[in-house]
Design a protein around this ligand. Structure first.
Ligand SMILES: *[C@@H]1O[C@H](CO)[C@@H](O)[C@H](O)[C@H]1NC(C)=O
Ligand SMILES: *[C@@H]1O[C@H](CO)[C@@H](O)[C@H](O)[C@H]1NC(C)=O
Length: 330
């Protein structure tokens, strides 16, 4: 873990910028994940055909692999799994530390892809119980999806209607997890290469979550070689000039986010969101990938495919270059 002094000045409008600086608080790279994240080995709450391994088992099976500069979490791609078993071996981890207002920059090299997969990078209230304190899904999709879906899942009285200042498309408006079978309020991304093989073939890219009590929740995405990747996002070294010397709000220069969940009179921040831990997981079939599977052009049934075709999961892995968290300067 390294810390630095890059700062984000922060406000929805330049004129409102009060020089609330966001400083680089935590940076997770490679082996930092082994120290600062916990491995979940219980049953998948979303009912997938998955067997989540402890950290020790994931390391000894090489389903978790860390160097000084890279961190990999993968599905088993060698074993035919008996139909009586819980599911294919995989990994689910969460950060020990939780964050409220923050700018979170994920530099991601590769995400899990393929039929039967349901990977997600998301955050949820450390305090809970779910959905109290909220859930923010930053990266999520299933099977052969090509566009990312970002969504919120909350307690009642939170809704997000179009039009909103974002490039993505509203797919559902009620964030209340107790209605619509917990669909939440979702936004499908517009940029190509935001998910799956297209994301991976482009060398991955950058996902940025911005959480602010005065602005709401934003999710930005840039493919790795997109010339529009902001320098302060691309480069881990501090950018004090860009971020605070002129009192500039950096996201003003970032264009519209892919997904924007603004504060509004149908959703206040304080009663729906508190400090969140971050989670990476990879499950198979289950509530979403399983029910969607018959419509995807994938072969056979989801369960059969996942249990009997280990070689199909060679690209079902996360490879994280870094995760940086900026929080308000005290
Ligand atoms: C990460 O783990 C190390 C070793 O236990 C600890 O000193 C450090 O405070 C942790 N950092 C975070 C952000 O949890
Ligand atoms: C473990 O996984 C890493 C990352 O994919 C790979 O580079 C390495 O060769 C693997 N090690 C073994 C022993 O298979």
């Amino acid at each position: 873990m390294r810390t630095g002094l890059a700062a984000f000045c922060f406000a929805p409008l330049l004129t409102l910028c009060v020089r609330a600086h966001f400083v680089l608080t935590d940076e997770y790279i490679g082996q930092d994940f082994l120290q600062n994240w916990s491995w979940f080995s219980g049953d998948d709450p979303t009912h997938g055909r998955v067997n989540y391994l402890s950290q020790a088992d994931a390391l000894s099976n090489n389903l978790t692999y860390a160097t000084d500069h890279s961190f990999v979490m993968r599905a088993d791609s060698h074993t035919v799994v008996p139909s009586t078993a819980k599911g294919r071996n995989s990994v689910r981890i969460s950060s020990l530390k939780a964050y409220d207002e923050a700018v979170v920059v994920l530099d991601l090299q590769h995400m899990p892809e393929g039929c039967g997969t349901w990977p997600a990078f998301w955050s949820l209230s450390q305090q809970g119980p779910w959905p109290q304190g909220g859930e923010i899904d930053i990266i999520e999709g299933v099977n052969q999806n090509r566009l990312n879906l970002a969504s919120l899942h909350t307690t009642p009285n939170c809704a997000m209607f179009p039009p909103r200042a974002m490039t993505g498309t509203t797919t559902s408006t009620n964030c209340d997890a107790s209605v619509n079978f917990n669909q939440g309020c979702g936004v499908s991304f517009a940029k190509p290469a935001s998910y799956g093989p297209d994301f991976n073939n482009a060398g991955g890219g950058y996902y940025v979550l911005v959480r602010s009590k005065t602005d709401g929740v934003r999710v930005y995405f840039w493919s790795r070689y997109d010339p529009a990747v902001p320098p302060e996002v691309r480069n881990p070294s501090p950018y004090p000039n860009v971020l605070n010397s002129e009192g500039m709000y950096p996201t003003l220069l970032w264009g519209e986010p892919e997904a924007y969940f603004p504060l509004n009179d149908q959703c206040d921040y304080a009663s729906h969101f508190n400090a969140h831990s971050f989670v990476f997981d990879l499950t198979f079939c289950g509530d979403w990938a399983g029910s969607d599977y018959p419509n995807t052009g994938c072969p056979g049934t989801c369960d059969d495919y996942v249990m009997n075709n280990p070689q199909a999961f060679a690209n079902a892995y996360w490879e994280v270059n870094s995760l940086r968290v900026y929080t308000p300067m005290q």
